[in-house]
Ligand binder design. Structure first.
Ligand SMILES: Nc1nc2c(c(=O)[nH]1)N[C@H]1C(S)=C(S)[C@@H](COP(=O)(O)OP(=O)(O)OC[C@H]3O[C@@H](n4cnc5c(=O)[nH]c(N)nc54)[C@H](O)[C@@H]3O)O[C@H]1N2
Ligand SMILES: Nc1nc2c(c(=O)[nH]1)N[C@H]1C(S)=C(S)[C@@H](COP(=O)(O)OP(=O)(O)OC[C@H]3O[C@@H](n4cnc5c(=O)[nH]c(N)nc54)[C@H](O)[C@@H]3O)O[C@H]1N2
Ligand code: SF4
Ligand SMILES: [Mo]
Length: 660
């Protein structure tokens, strides 16, 4: 019999959609949106629908694999787990737990996925990754400014007069915000998009500003200068609720408007219009994550935050510097779930620079690595070094559903289940504040097991099985402990399908900030207390104005794939290199011509597609492509880190091109 069951999208995405999934004879037939969900309202994207294919695909890995004489052989779970556990025991005896490295990202947002931390904490420690390829610079910036990174509830957009979409490609990455923008326009709300790339989101804008990559902070200074010139700064906010304005004001005076126009590629009259938009609020600002993947990314977010705050758009309905929504994940009882108190020894490598740290000979050598919920060979910057580093490790264990570039070089591959084959609850700390339920709908394909099962079986063999003697539901309840007193229980989430978490709809409405001074901090005391520069300044990106490499290379997220997850399912092997009209003209290029994009780190080949009206010196190659489909753009990107926060700087990347 065919049935429609509630489920949830597990993907790392702004929208955290609720699903209705059609199931028949223990098989998922179709994934649709759940019309009853207040935020996602039945509307889902192709990545969500493709989770059916990710579950049923013939390309799934269905048995544990071991590499023997350069070939993968299937082995039993018992053998795989016994051998891996034995290696872990030996490594701990000969070295210490930090000789084991866990490289992971966040490809699945299930609560139980955090049990990997519980496992390594019970093992006694490890070398773990810190920082973020995704949003690290901006998160730290907002913590310095506001004390946390908090967003307005999605529908608060309709209380705005103006909205500014600053570097967020909503049409493909945040589809519910995109739908709201279309509705907002109908209601007379003015939409501005600031982005070097003219993509689907910019096409619906009333005003489009093609800023030079990495220069948004300077643009924010320009707008603030205009507001100051016209006496339109919010003096009440400055006097009562901010700290450090006097110091910051000097910076507004030091940088000239002509310098700003020249460096940002934004005309002065556009800057004046933007000043009118910010003073004629409520104006909401939706920041993307791309614009902070630069060495100066934290500074960029801080300067835009300052613009939002000093123009009177913080703490009011229809306003906000909407970046992430951390109170969502902060609602869960992670300490309880991960047993962080058990960790004895640990060392940290940064996510972006893990390759160099593996290859360095300092301290305990890395003898074994686990990769789960991540595909470093495609997603980490500077691919060639990443491949060298992971290949150098004696034993590499990859837990995945498919044969990724990283799995290809593994010694063991442990096949894991997909969202519809396991029970969990899902949330994203990016946009709305609902947690969604995802039941186990079908039996796992082949011998695939959940990540939870794999950690449990290894824990038993390593002598701490007791800490894993809980069912999925018992573990979920552990993570919900902190929410129980607020009436949010597993039973309710399961029965209702989704529940709103206790997260404010309009953050900072009491103008009490979670900073050391309790004020909005233009000079960050938290930073100063950590021995860092707390003063708000403008900084240039790392790679800027180099004759040999005149073009900015961006690598935005692909529309039809969450990062590397779908290229093999849609069989997309055409690398598309989007170039501006000016670059096309200068190099006499036309659509479909083949070119090479190169810098000192590597090169990548593909087909030209000319972008109209984008920033003149900008190129884009979507990220996420694995080797069989043309190779990762990360061959070209830099493994450095942002000056504020531990953020990746993949967009801080200069290149040149040549025709083939
Ligand atoms: N389809 C799809 N959706 C996704 C994902 C996916 O892989 N595919 N991934 C999810 C994840 S993990 C994340 S982090 C989010 C990210 O969501 P977004 O932030 O919307 O997207 P990104 O691709 O990270 O960032 C690219 C955007 O930043 C702009 N940009 C780059 N540099 C600059 C700059 O200097 N200034 C300005 N103003 N703009 C700049 C790019 O032109 C592009 O519009 O998307 C989520 N949603
Ligand atoms: N150049 C460039 N690089 C980027 C970015 C960019 O914009 N440009 N974006 C960065 C960003 S924002 C992010 S978030 C990262 C994302 O980087 P990753 O999270 O590494 O990328 P994904 O391809 O989403 O997922 C990695 C793997 O997780 C597997 N997986 C899925 N579900 C599960 C599960 O339940 N358990 C286990 N064990 N595995 C699972 C998938 O099959 C996939 O192979 O990439 C970053 N890299
Ligand atoms: S990928 Fe994002 S938009 Fe698409 S279904 Fe999942 S949560 Fe919704
Ligand atoms: Mo991300």
């Amino acid at each position: 019999m065919q049935e429609k069951k509630i489920s949830a999208c597990p993907l790392n995405c702004w929208d955290a959609c609720s699903f209705k999934v059609t199931v028949k004879d223990d098989r998922v037939l179709k994934v649709d949106g759940n019309k009853d969900h207040p935020e996602t309202q039945g509307n889902i994207c192709s990545r969500g629908r493709m989770l059916e294919a990710r579950t049923n695909s013939d390309l799934r890995i269905t048995k544990p694999l071991k590499k023997v004489a350069d070939e993968f052989k299937s082995i039993s779970w018992g053998q795989a787990l016994d051998e891996i556990a034995e290696k872990m025991r030996d490594i701990k005896k000969i070295h210490d737990p930090t000789a084991v490295f866990h490289s992971h990202d966040y490809s699945n947002n299930g609560l139980l996925k955090n049990l990997d931390q519980r496992f390594f904490n019970c093992y006694g420690g490890l070398t773990e990754v810190v920082g973020s390829l995704c949003w690290g610079a901006g998160i730290e910036a907002q913590i310095w400014d506001f004390g946390n990174s908090e967003s307005h509830a999605p529908k608060d957009l309709f209380n705005s007069k103006h909205t500014v979409i600053w570097g967020r490609n909503t049409a493909s990455t945040n589809i519910h915000l995109f739908s709201h923008l279309i509705e907002a326009k109908k209601r007379g709300i003015h939409v501005t998009v600031i982005d070097p790339l003219n993509h689907k989101t910019t096409r619906i804008a009333d005003m489009y500003v093609a800023v030079r990559p990495g220069m948004d902070g300077l643009l924010a200074i320009g707008i603030l200068k205009e507001l100051k010139r016209m006496n339109l700064l919010d003096l009440n906010f400055i006097e009562h609720y901010s700290y450090g304005f006097d110091e910051f004001e000097n910076i507004l005076d030091e940088i000239s408007m002509s310098e700003i126009v020249a460096s940002t590629s934004v005309a002065e009259k556009t800057i004046t219009k933007l000043a009118a938009i910010y003073s004629g609020g409520p104006t909401s600002t939706y920041l993307g994550l791309g614009l902070q993947r630069y060495a100066n990314g934290g500074h960029t977010i801080r300067l835009i935050d300052a613009l939002v705050a000093l123009s009177g758009n913080v703490g009011i309905k229809g306003g906000g510097a909407n970046y992430a929504n951390l109170p969502v994940s902060q609602s869960f009882d992670m300490k309880n779930l991960t047993l962080s108190s058990k960790k004895v020894q640990k060392r940290t490598f940064t996510r972006m620079n893990q390759a160099e740290e593996i290859l360095s000979n300092e301290g305990t050598p890395i003898k074994m690595a686990f990769v789960s919920r991540g595909n470093p060979l495609t997603q980490l910057p500077d691919t060639n070094r990443v491949e060298e580093a992971f290949t150098s490790i004696e034993t590499l264990v990859v837990i995945d559903q498919f044969m990724t570039d990283t799995a290809q070089i593994a010694d063991y591959i442990l096949p894991c289940t997909t969202v519809f084959e396991e029970e969990d609850i899902y949330h994203a700390s990016m946009y709305h504040s609902y947690v969604n339920y995802g039941p186990k709908l079908v039996a796992a394909i082949g011998e695939a097991k959940s990540d939870r099962w794999i950690w449990t079986e290894l824990a038993k063999r390593l002598g701490f099985g007791d800490e894993f003697s809980y069912s999925d539901v018992e573990f979920i309840k552990m993570g919900l402990k902190s929410l129980e007193k607020k009436g949010i229980t597993f039973e309710r989430i399961k029965q209702e399908g989704f529940i709103k978490l206790p997260v404010q709809d309009v953050p900072w409405s009491d103008f009490h900030f979670k900073t050391p001074t309790g004020k909005y901090e233009l000079t960050s005391i938290r930073a100063i207390n950590e021995g860092k520069e707390g003063k708000l300044t403008f900084q240039y990106p790392l790679e800027f104005d180099q004759k040999e490499y005149p073009y900015h290379l961006l690598s935005k997220h692909p529309e039809r794939s969450n990062h590397s997850q779908n290229y093999h399912l849609i069989n997309d092997d055409q690398v598309i290199i989007e170039i501006s009209e000016k670059i096309a003209k200068d190099h006499l290029l036309q659509d479909d011509d083949r070119i090479v994009v190169h810098n000192d780190r590597g090169e990548i080949q593909g087909h030209v597609k000319i972008m109209k009206n984008s920033h003149a010196d900008t190129i884009n190659i979507d990220e996420g492509r694995s080797k069989p489909f043309g190779g990762s753009v990360n061959i070209l990107t830099h493994s450095g880190q942002s000056k504020i926060g531990l953020g990746g700087i993949q967009y801080d990347c200069l290149v040149n091109i040549r025709k083939i």
